[in-house]
Each structure stands twice: as C-alpha cells, then as structure tokens.
Design a protein. Structure first.
Length: 116
C-alpha cells in the first residue's frame, strides 16, 4: 500500500516561488516515472511535470514550461517541484503520483494559492 504525502504549498504573491515535496511510504519511487499533477476548482486534474525513473528525462505542460522544475532525490525517496514566476492561474491543489501504469491511491495534495 503506497501512501503519498505532498507538502510545501501555501499562499504566495504572483511572481513568487514555492517548492513542493512528495514523499511516499510503502514503496520506493526509484523504479517509476513520476509526475506532479494539479486540479483547480471546477477543472479536471492535469499533469504539469513528469520525470523519468532515472531522472534523465523531464517534460512539462506548456503552461508551466520554463517556470517549473521537477526533480527527484533517491536517497530521501522524494519528488520535488520548484515553482517560480507563479501566476494566479497556477492556483490549484497539487498532487504527485506515478505517471506510467495505474495510479496509486491519491494523496491529499497540497494547496497552492497565488494572489494577484
């Protein structure tokens, strides 16, 4: 049973930065392509950043490209998302999960609110 715990969100002004972290219990991330996802009110969940199992490859949604950076720490078994130049439209609950195969149970996510 994998439990995903996201943290690091909060209220930030437009143009500011936030760093999110995702930890897992019950399983190591190292063999999996991982992603950060977000869900804004009234919208479907969308993937914003993906990192390959070995960290060699990353990809981003067009809306966050050049502003967000996904990374992974094998020693700590964590996934991070550095979010810079934040915009009000980045306001959402952010989640992490595997991005290949069936999703694990979703964590509670972490709220990021960007004020204009």
């Amino acid at each position: 049973q994998v439990q995903l715990v996201e943290s690091g969100g909060g209220l930030v002004q437009a143009g500011g930065s936030v760093r999110l972290s995702c930890a897992a219990s019950g399983r190591t991330f190292s063999a999996y392509t991982m992603g950060w996802f977000r869900q804004a009110p009234g919208k479907e969940r969308e993937v914003v950043a993906v990192i390959s199992w070995n960290g060699a490859s990353t990809s981003y949604a067009d809306s966050v490209k050049g502003r967000f950076t996904i990374s992974r720490d094998y020693g700590k078994n964590t996934i991070s998302l550095q979010m810079n130049s934040l915009k009000p439209e980045d306001t959402a609950v952010y989640y992490c999960n595997r991005n290949n195969g069936a999703f694990w149970d979703w964590g509670r996510g972490t709220q990021v609110t960007v004020s204009s």
